[in-house]
Design a protein around this ligand. Structure first.
Ligand SMILES: *[C@@H]1O[C@H](CO)[C@@H](O)[C@H](O)[C@H]1NC(C)=O
Ligand SMILES: *[C@@H]1O[C@H](CO)[C@@H](O)[C@H](O)[C@H]1NC(C)=O
Length: 237
């Protein structure tokens, strides 16, 4: 007779949570980092979205966002994100923009991206929710969606290949680097993406100030789905 002993390890998970943001522009800031619900495009469809702040320290931020959206299938409903504040500088005077992130989606049968979003402007006092230029880095692309414009190149940066898309929206010129499959653990120097654009696309680094740097998700339709960002960090040096 064999006897089996079942060993149940009861793991106590620290589930501390700072706050849950459900208002359209709900936002929480601690030190240099912020977490923003940012349902800027919610009126294009119907649904809801709330963002939880799990932890924020000087070394990074942990958060998640849960959403369900329908209608307006070609419109972004929101950009829940984590952001970091920094001293605005000309892109040519930025030495490096080190960042790392680990994220996952619990439901990938969705129309949504997971992306960095940066704005630059010639006017250092430009509003920070848009710019003369927008640089996006799409780490995830789910469903039937695409960046603004069309693909203009394939870019290799630090050994990773990206589809480079370009398009404009009004006076804002948007470059989107799109990963060929989801990159859920990512560590890079975003300055290298600006260097690529300066060298290959005529990006005017010496007259554009970096004014905003965020990471988050843009849902079009689907859900319920939760993006969990276990740790995001970034800074501008
Ligand atoms: C988050 O990432 C940063 C940068 O890699 C690291 O220094 C920090 O220790 C990480 N924090 C946690 C809670 O894992
Ligand atoms: C262009 O910008 C407007 C105003 O911010 C926004 O509503 C619209 O969704 C944008 N279009 C695209 C294709 O990104």
């Amino acid at each position: 007779m064999k006897s089996f002993i079942t060993f149940a390890a009861i793991v106590s998970v620290a589930n501390a949570q700072i706050t849950t943001l459900c208002a359209q522009y709900g936002s929480y800031t601690s030190g240099a980092y912020s977490v923003n619900n940012n349902l800027w495009g919610e009126s294009a469809g119907s649904g809801s979205q709330c963002t939880k702040v799990n932890s924020i320290s000087g070394s990074g931020v942990s958060w998640s966002t849960t959403w369900t959206w329908s209608g307006g299938s070609s419109s972004v409903k929101s950009y829940a994100n984590s952001g970091v504040s920094f001293t605005k500088k000309l892109v040519s005077q930025v030495n490096s923009i080190p960042t790392s992130v680990q994220w996952s989606y619990d439901n990938t049968n969705i129309n949504a991206d997971v992306a960095y979003d940066l704005f630059t402007a010639a006017n250092i006092n430009h509003v920070t929710y848009s710019g003369d230029y927008e640089l996006m880095i799409w780490l995830g692309r789910y469903g039937n969606i695409q960046p603004i414009g069309s693909q203009i190149a394939t870019a290799t940066i630090d050994g990773t290949s990206w589809a480079l898309w370009y398009g404009s929206n009004g006076s804002q010129k948007t470059y989107s680097f799109v990963a060929s499959s989801p990159i859920k653990s990512f560590s890079t120097d975003i300055k290298h993406f600006f260097n690529y654009l300066t060298q290959n696309q005529g990006f005017p680094a010496s007259s554009q100030y970096l004014i905003d740097l965020q990471f988050g998700t843009e849902p079009f339709t689907g859900g319920p789905a939760t993006l969990s960002v276990s740790n995001w960090s970034a800074n501008v040096q």
